[in-house]
Design a protein around this ligand. Structure first.
Ligand code: ADP
Ligand code: MG
Length: 678
C-alpha cells in the first residue's frame, strides 16, 4: 500500500470519527497538517546534576528512593507526600502536594526519576510528576490542545505519523535557497521540531520552519498576483444614479474619507481588470457602509455580491444592518452560515444559482463547493486577516473571477503591509465619523478593581451597558472558559438583583453565542462577561464601558480592537485596563493605550516594542495568522522570503524545472485546498 502525506489522519491507529473531529478543530486533517502541527514549547526533561541547577528551575532528578514515603494529611482534602531521594552522595527531600496516589510508585531502594521545581537553597524538590524510568523524553514537546483531545494523544499521534510517514517528507524549498540560508532539510526540520535532543536543535528547526512558512505563504501571494496580471476581470458598469440614491438615503452624511474610498473602489471595479483591494480603516471608521455601497454598485450592474465574515455573529449582524439599509432598494439578501439548516440551505441554493438572491452574506460556508453563483461580480471579505490566503483564493474562484475587496480594522505599519499584502492595492479610511468622542482609557492595578467596579455601576445607573473581558490564557480554551465563568458568577452576585449579567465564551455553540449577543443588544442584560470572542466587529451602541482583565496579556492591536467595541455613539465611553505588568515593556504598552486612540500609532508602537524582542501574544498583528513565524518579530525573515519567492516565481518556467518539482506539486495541491494557514 502506498502512503502519502495527503492521507487522512484517520489512517493512524486509534483515530476514529470522534478524534477526526477533535483534530479537525485544531486544523489537522491529513498527515501533512499533523506533522506541521508544531509544539509551542518544550519541557526540558533531561536529567541534570544537582550542581548545575538554578534555583526554582524545573528539572528531572534521578536517584534511588532512600526511605519509605510518608503521607501527612492536613486541611480537608490536602496531603503532603514526602520521601528522600539519594543521588550519589546527596540526599534530596522530595515533596508532592495532593497526589497521594503516587505513593504506590515509590519503592524503597528502587531507582526513580522525578520531575519538579528545585529549591536550590534548601536543596529540595517540589515534585510535579514521576517519570517512568527508561522512556523519559529528553525534551517533551507541548502542543496547543483543546478539550476534545489530550496533549498525550497529540504526542502519540505525531510519533505514529512520523514513524509511518517520515520517508515521504521531501524538500520543498529549492536547494539553492536552502543552502544560501543554511536551512535544515525538511525531514530533519520536522523531526527536530517534534523530537529535539536539545533546545538548540529545537531552535534551529524552528528557524527553518519559519522560513518555510513565510516562503510558502509568499509563493501563494505571488501566484495570486500573477493571476491578477494574467486573468482579466469583468468590468462592472454600475448605475451612478441608483448608487447616489442609496447614499442619499443614509441617515448620515459620509465622511470625506468614506467618499474617497468609495470612489477609488468604484473606479477600480469599472475597469476590465481584476480588482484585488484592501480597505483599511480603524474600528468604527464605517467600513460596512462603504462595503454596502460598492456591493450595491455591483448589483445595479446586474451582478451578485457576496460578503464573507469570520464569525456567525458578525455575519448575522451584517445581515440585519444591511437588511435595514437596503430597505426599499432592489436587493435580495440571504444569509448562509455553517448553522443554516439543511432544509433552508436546500431552498436557498437554487435561488443563489438562479441569481434571484443578489446579496449573499455568510461565513466561510460561502466557499463550499455546493454553493454555485449566478453571476458573482464582487466579493467583500470582512476582517480579512481572519481568513487564510487559501480561503480568499477559493472565494475568488467562485464564479467568473470576481473583484475582491478585503476589509481590515487593524492598521498595519507600511513595511508589514507590503510584505503581507504585497499583492493588493490599498484604500485607507483615515477619518472617523463626526461627533465621536474618543474613548477615555484608564489603566489600574488589580488592587483597584473594586473602585473600578463601582465606576461601572455608575454607568449602569445611567442606563448604559458594559463589557467585561476575562483573562486570556493562550494555552487552553478550557481555562479561558473557567475564568470567564468565575468572573461571571462574581459579577452576577455583585450586581444582583438590580442588573443582569450575561456570559459569552468560545466553547458555546454558535446559536447560543448569537442569542446572547442579540439579548445584549436588546438590553435584556446590562453586563456582558466574555472571552475575546467579542473581539471583532460587534456593534452595541449603548455599551459605554470596556473592562479588560489582565490587559497586559493582550497585544496592543487586540486591545485597540476590544476598545473599539465601545464609543460607538455620542455618549462618552470608557476603557478600563486592569494589569500588573511584570516588566517595563508591559508598563509602556499600558501607558501607550491610555495616551492614544489612533490605531496606526498603536500598531507602529507595537512594532517598535515587539522589535525590542519582547514576546507578546500572537493573535494581534492583523496580518495573517502564522503557525511558527511571527511577522512582526521576524519581519526581516519575512521580507527575505518575499524576495526569494518573487525571484523564483518571476522565472516563467520555474514550475517545470525538475529541482522545483516538489514545490510545484505542493503549490498545485494548495490551490485546491483551503486550509493552508487557517
Ligand atoms: P467598522 O469600520 O469598525 O466596521 P462600522 O461600519 O461598524 O465600523 O461603523 C460603525 C458605526 O458608525 C455604525 O454604527 C455606522 O452606522 C456608523 N457610521 C458609519 N459611517 C458613518 C458616518 N459617515 N456618519 C455617522 N455614522 C456613521
Ligand atoms: Mg466592521
Amino acid at each position: 500500500m502506498t502512503v502519502a502525506l495527503t492521507d487522512s489522519v484517520s489512517t493512524l491507529p486509534g483515530v476514529g470519527p470522534k478524534r477526526v473531529d477533535a483534530l479537525a478543530a485544531l486544523g489537522i486533517t491529513d498527515i501533512a497538517s499533523l506533522l506541521t502541527y508544531y509544539p509551542f514549547r518544550y519541557n526540558d526533561m533531561r536529567v541534570k546534576n544537582l550542581n548545575e541547577i538554578q534555583d526554582q528551575e524545573q528539572v528531572t532528578l534521578k536517584g534511588v528512593v532512600a526511605a519509605p514515603p510518608t503521607i501527612a494529611r492536613f486541611g480537608r482534602k490536602k496531603t503532603r507526600l514526602n520521601f528522600r531521594l539519594l543521588i550519589d552522595h546527596d540526599v534530596v527531600p522530595v515533596t508532592f502536594f495532593n497526589q497521594p496516589w503516587l505513593q504506590k510508585q515509590i519503592t524503597v531502594e528502587e531507582p526513580i526519576m522525578v520531575y519538579g521545581r528545585f529549591d536550590a537553597n534548601r536543596k529540595q524538590l517540589n515534585g510535579m510528576k514521576i517519570l517512568a524510568s527508561g522512556n523519559a523524553d529528553p525534551m517533551a514537546s507541548v502542543y496547543p490542545s483543546n478539550s476534545g483531545i489530550r496533549q498525550k494523544t497529540i504526542q502519540q499521534l505525531v510519533q505514529a505519523a512520523w514513524d509511518q510517514y517520515h520517508d515521504e517528507i521531501t524538500d520543498l524549498i529549492p536547494a539553492p535557497i536552502a543552502t544560501h540560508y543554511r536551512l535544515l532539510d525538511r525531514q530533519q526540520m520536522i523531526h527536530d521540531m517534534h523530537f529535539p535532543e536539545t533546545l538548540a536543535a529545537a531552535q534551529a528547526a524552528r528557524r527553518s520552519a519559519k522560513f518555510e512558512e513565510f516562503f510558502l505563504f509568499q509563493m501563494q501571494l505571488q501566484q495570486l498576483k500573477h493571476q491578477d496580471k494574467t486573468q482579466s476581470g469583468v468590468p462592472i458598469a454600475y448605475d451612478n444614479e441608483q448608487v447616489t440614491a442609496l447614499t442619499q438615503s443614509l441617515p448620515y452624511e459620509l465622511t470625506g474619507a468614506q467618499k474617497r474610498v468609495v470612489n477609488e473602489i468604484c473606479a477600480d471595479m469599472k475597469r476590465p481588470f481584476h480588482m484585488n483591494r484592501l480597505l483599511q480603516g480603524d474600528v468604527g471608521s464605517g467600513k460596512t457602509v462603504v462595503a454596502a455601497i460598492v456591493m450595491y454598485a455591483a448589483i445595479t450592474a446586474g451582478f451578485q455580491a457576496a460578503l464573507m465574515a469570520p464569525t456567525e455573529i458578525l455575519a448575522e449582524q451584517h445581515a440585519n444592518n444591511l437588511q435595514a439599509l437596503f430597505e426599499g432598494f432592489p436587493v435580495n439578501i440571504v444569509i448562509l452560515t455553517g448553522s443554516t439548516k439543511p432544509a433552508v440551505r436546500k431552498e436557498i441554493l437554487p435561488r443563489i444559482e438562479s441569481g434571484e438572491l443578489n446579496l449573499i452574506i455568510g461565513t466561510h460556508a460561502l466557499i463550499q463547493d455546493t454553493v454555485q453563483y449566478h453571476k458573482l461580480g464582487l466579493v467583500v471579505i470582512d476582517e480579512q486577516h481572519r481568513f487564510g490566503v487559501g480561503q480568499r483564493q477559493a472565494l475568488r474562484e467562485k464564479g467568473d473571477n470576481p473583484d475582491v475587496l478585503a476589509m481590515t480594522a487593524t492598521p498595519i505599519p507600511r513595511t508589514l503591509a507590503i510584505t503581507s499584502y504585497g499583492e493588493m492595492d490599498i484604500s485607507v479610511i483615515d477619518e472617523l465619523p463626526a461627533g465621536r468622542k474618543p474613548v477615555s482609557t484608564y489603566w489600574i492595578k488589580s488592587t483597584q478593581i473594586d473602585s473600578a467596579i463601582q465606576f461601572v455601576t455608575g454607568q449602569l445607573q445611567a442606563g448604559h451597558q458594559a463589557y467585561v473581558v476575562t483573562p486570556l490564557i493562550e494555552e487552553s480554551e478550557a481555562v479561558d472558559m473557567k475564568n470567564a465563568e468565575a468572573i461571571y458568577e462574581r459579577f452576577s452576585q455583585y450586581f444582583a438583583p438590580k442588573y443582569q449579567v450575561g456570559l459569552l465564551h468560545g466553547r458555546m455553540k454558535n446559536e447560543e453565542k448569537e442569542s446572547v449577543m442579540a439579548a445584549f443588544k436588546n438590553q435584556e442584560f446590562q453586563v456582558l462577561v466574555a472571552t475575546t470572542v467579542i473581539e471583532v466587529g460587534v456593534d452595541v451602541k449603548n455599551a459605554t464601558v470596556m473592562f479588560i482583565y489582565d490587559a497586559d496579556h493582550f497585544g496592543l492591536s487586540q486591545l485597540h480592537q476590544l476598545r473599539g467595541r465601545v464609543g460607538r455613539s455620542d455618549q462618552q465611553s470608557y476603557c478600563i485596563l486592569i494589569a500588573d505588568p511584570k516588566n517595563k515593556n508591559g508598563v509602556q504598552r499600558m501607558q501607550v493605550m491610555t495616551q492614544t486612540n489612533d490605531g496606526f500609532v498603536l500598531s507602529q508602537k507595537d512594532l517598535e516594542l515587539r522589535g525590542a524582542g519582547d514576546v507578546l501574544g500572537k493573535k494581534q498583528s492583523g496580518v495573517p495568522d502564522f503557525k511558527v513565524g511571527d511577522p512582526v518579530a521576524d519581519l526581516t525573515m519575512l521580507s527575505v522570503a518575499q524576495q526569494e519567492a518573487k525571484q523564483l516565481s518571476d522565472q516563467k518556467d520555474w514550475a517545470q524545472q525538475p529541482e522545483n518539482n516538489a514545490l510545484a506539486d505542493y503549490m498545485k495541491q494548495k490551490e485546491r485546498t483551503t486550509y493552508l494557514f487557517d
